[in-house]
Design a protein around this ligand. Structure first.
Ligand code: ZN
Length: 424
């Protein structure tokens, strides 16, 4: 069972614990993986006199993890491996994350804490919709629900009508999903005249994809639930690195398990609290795959290190704006797909799905096609307003194509919002 007092630890004590655990992690790497230790510059643990001294160590990239396929950065002997998860990128080798039994216990504790922060208790019925397979979501929530002691429905993804039926018949109170999956449930519910408000569902825990505040508001309104934004990725040991609490003043990171830095991605320097940059994570308690200064690619900022209204002392991050590598540069204009999503979803007539395609025309000029599903028919003036906002707010001169709801493809798994054919 997890230890809630760690979540309330005064900051000084928390930072001393972090420093001790950074040193332990470096010692673990030194003792188990000489090549990895050398890559860090062979730091003496005692030379890490403060958390600031961590900045002397090099940054670890996703490419480093891919190059280490399958277990080149592992720091536990193979006979201690208990399981693994895998993240498949669109290019190159996948990243494998091995777990020892202790890592599974750490994972369970982190996810159980997330459930607790979202107000989910052992009295709840949790419907787990991410995949039980190589992606980490399904099993992460499974271990967390086990640690919490709640009843859970391990349904996995897809089978949308069965999802609605079990939600209703088994009285699910908490739904966990990748962030765009509620859209599929909402769509099926409309077709079936299924009313979420007539179910017992009250909490949604969603993550693994960018989802704007506007999309969040739509899900909350239509499902009649309170939603929570959960953090975590395969590389760091899976879902559950942190979550927002009932105060919704940013996402807590479990700082006794993870040390976060925010870096200027161009200069590789820390930025001050409040400034935006790339999230860099050092794991403090992972054994099979400890990470020192892993560049996540996620763009965010530290909202506060002060204690939260909820009583937790662990720092809070802003909701992710996008991944550094999701940023689109089109004719010299930089923007994130979430900015387009926010703008579109402010219009009631716009549906929940949109698609951006970037390409070159026959003359080698960049083209951007934006296809938007409409929920209700949009008038000419409303379409013109959206076009004007795209120009005013994002700097994008584009004429969106509006299509009927249900026109765009619904891939299984994560939503595909952007296709950049320029990179082909
Ligand atoms: Zn809080």
């Amino acid at each position: 069972m997890w230890q809630p007092h760690f979540e309330m630890m005064p900051r000084g004590e928390l930072e001393r614990l972090q420093l001790a655990r950074v040193r332990e992690t470096v010692q673990r790497i030194a003792a188990n993986n000489p090549a990895y230790f050398e890559k860090l510059g062979s730091p003496r643990a005692e030379a890490l006199a403060s958390l600031d001294a961590l900045q002397e160590l090099p940054l670890l990239t996703k490419a480093d993890l891919r190059a280490a396929y399958p277990f080149g950065l592992a720091c536990a002997p193979r006979h201690e491996f208990a399981r693994m998860q895998m993240s498949s990128g669109t290019t190159g080798k996948p990243v494998l994350c091995p777990y020892t039994r202790a890592d599974i216990a750490q994972w369970a504790e982190c996810v159980a804490r997330c459930f607790a922060a979202a107000g989910v208790t052992r009295a709840d019925v949790i419907q787990i919709t991410p995949s039980f397979g190589l992606p980490n979501g399904g099993f992460g929530f499974h271990y967390g629900a086990e640690a919490l002691g709640a009843f859970y429905i391990p349904i996995g993804p897809g089978r949308t009508l069965l999802q609605l039926q079990l939600m209703q018949d088994l009285g699910a109170t908490a739904l966990v999903a990748i962030a765009t999956y509620p859209l599929r449930l909402m769509e099926a519910a409309r077709e079936e005249n299924f009313d979420f408000r007539a179910t017992k569902l009250r909490v949604g825990i969603f993550g693994s994809e960018m989802w704007s505040d506007e999309l969040r508001a739509r899900i909350e309104r239509e499902m009649g639930i309170e939603t929570f934004d959960i953090l975590g990725m395969t590389e760091t040991g899976g879902v559950g690195m942190g979550i927002d609490c009932a105060a919704h003043q940013g996402n807590h990171v479990w700082e006794d398990h993870y040390l976060v830095e925010i870096m200027d991605p161009k200069r590789d320097e820390r930025v001050p609290d409040g400034a935006e940059g790339e999230l860099v994570v050092t794991t403090l308690t992972r054994r099979a795959l400890p990470l020192i200064r892993f560049r996540t690619g996620d763009m965010t900022r530290i909202i506060s290190r002060a204690p939260c209204e909820c009583g937790r002392t662990h720092l809070r991050l802003a909701r992710f704006k996008g991944r550094a590598d999701d940023m689109i540069i089109f004719k010299g204009v930089n923007f994130y797909p979430t900015q387009i999503e926010q703008l579109l979803l402010r219009h009631d007539g716009v549906g929940n799905d949109y698609h951006i395609t970037l390409a070159y025309d026959a003359h080698g000029n960049e083209t951007l096609e934006l296809v938007v599903e409409q929920k209700n028919f949009l008038s000419e003036s409303e379409r013109a307003r959206i076009q004007r906002e795209l120009l005013d707010l994002v700097g994008l001169s584009v004429t969106p194509t509006f299509v009927a709801a249900g026109t765009l493809a619904r891939p299984a798994g994560k939503a595909v919002r952007v296709v950049d054919q320029r990179k082909a």
